[in-house]
Design a protein around this ligand. Structure first.
Ligand SMILES: Nc1nc2c(ncn2[C@@H]2O[C@H](COP(=O)(O)OP(=O)(O)OP(=O)(O)O)[C@@H](O)[C@H]2O)c(=O)[nH]1
Ligand SMILES: [Mg+2]
Length: 362
């Protein structure tokens, strides 16, 4: 009787195949952490192959770096134009002419450009061919002086009421959210007032910010009278002992007289509820609008007497020079700059930082 039904060569081949398959399976298991589990019981943790530690989250770039990155478009545009100015020693008049062209091209504005050129000319007086480094330093100082730092006024009342206005879509509500976060971080009790009743979504948007940063919110239905919301907001602020109140208003074109009147009414009603309020009227300007920002600022200043400007979207413009014109021609300080859509993307304005960033310097 044949005990072995298949020829020994075939058995040998089969055994080899099984051995190879077993080997492969063992290798596969070794690669899979926890694969040594028996009957579903995992081996002790120490026996499980440890995953390499995930990379720590990338460190946040410094604030100055983020401003530089945000201003890179303005800087590149201006730098390209300035390359010729600083590239070689040139006769002073030719140099000032190129400088003028560069500044006007970056939306610095005619009067401010003239003023800056005056400073550079005075600093380089007596040099027929001033050294580029000297011109650059003079330019930087002139820009810095023209801008001035945005210093927040000391609060003289509680609640301190800030009315926020501007044309459509410039970043009012987002800036209010970011400002509320800053005030909250400083320990203030913050109340937001949804006086933009024009769009239902605007009230929701402010509500989301209020929740996110831990601020109180006063709101009515959409379509309600914005002055009535503002009035209720003031009463609530006093009752709840808020430190800071930020009043969001609907975007309005500065050329629409009826809407500008509505804004004046909101401001008046706030003053009726809390004498002396609003203590601040801040205009939010989109830096990408260039010279039109100046016209907007003029009209809003006439309507409300602005006390500060928040300049947003500096991360998306090649026209960062408009800040200079606004500061110089209207005398309204730029208090904050927006350099992105995130919570932390609002920074107090520093003229030195801005001038250096604009000129692409460290
Ligand atoms: N890149 C960038 N985007 C911004 C900045 N500030 C605001 N935004 C964006 O701009 C858009 C409009 O912002 P809102 O805050 O809704 O503007 P608003 O002025 O309240 O708009 P209305 O209420 O409709 O007039 C949103 O997509 C914001 O995320 C900024 O500094 N940089
Ligand atoms: Mg809004």
């Amino acid at each position: 009787m044949q005990l072995w039904p298949i020829p020994p060569e075939a058995a040998l081949l089969a055994a080899l195949a099984v051995a190879v398959l077993l080997g492969l399976e063992l290798r596969r298991r070794r690669r899979r952490p926890g694969a040594d589990a028996v009957n579903g019981i995992a081996p002790p943790a120490s026996a499980v192959e440890k995953k390499p530690e995930a990379d720590p989250p990338a460190a946040q770039p410094s604030a100055a770096l983020r401003l530089r990155a945000a201003l890179s478009k303005s800087r590149d545009a201006l730098r390209q134009r300035l390359a010729d100015v600083f590239g070689r020693n040139r006769e002073i008049d030719a140099l000032l002419a190129s400088l003028e062209e560069a500044l006007l091209g970056a939306d610095v504005g005619v009067r401010t450009t003239a003023r800056i050129l005056g400073v550079v000319r005075t600093r380089c007086a007596g040099d027929r061919e001033p050294a580029p480094a000297k011109v650059r330093a003079a330019l930087r100082d002139a820009i810095e002086a023209a801008l001035g730092d945005g210093v927040l006024r000391a609060r003289r009342a509680k609640p301190w009421v800030i009315l926020v206005c501007g044309v459509n879509g410039v970043g009012k509500t987002t800036s209010i959210g970011k400002l509320a976060a800053r005030f909250r971080a400083a320990g203030d009790k913050v109340l937001l007032v949804a006086a933009d009743t024009f769009r239902a979504a605007a009230i929701e948007q402010l509500g989301i910010w209020a929740e996110r940063v831990g601020a109180d919110l006063v709101r009515h239905q959409s379509g309600a009278d914005p002055a009535a919301v503002a009035f209720d907001g003031m009463k609530a602020a006093v009752a709840r002992e808020a430190d800071v109140v930020l009043v969001d208003t609907a975007g309005r074109l500065h050329t629409r007289e009826n809407l500008m009147q509505e804004l004046r009414k909101v401001s008046r009603v706030i003053g009726k509820a809390i004498p002396g309020a609003p203590h601040e009227a801040w205009l939010v300007l989109d830096a990408t609008t260039g010279q039109n920002a100046l016209s907007q600022a003029k009209v809003f200043t006439e309507a409300l007497g602005l006390s500060g400007i928040v300049l947003t979207k500096l991360d998306g413009t090649a026209k960062g020079g408009a800040a200079l014109a606004i500061r110089e021609e209207l005398g309204v300080p730029i208090l904050y700059v927006g350099v992105g859509e995130g919570l932390d993307d609002l920074r107090p304005f520093s003229s030195a930082e801005y001038a250096r960033a604009l000129l692409g310097e460290e």
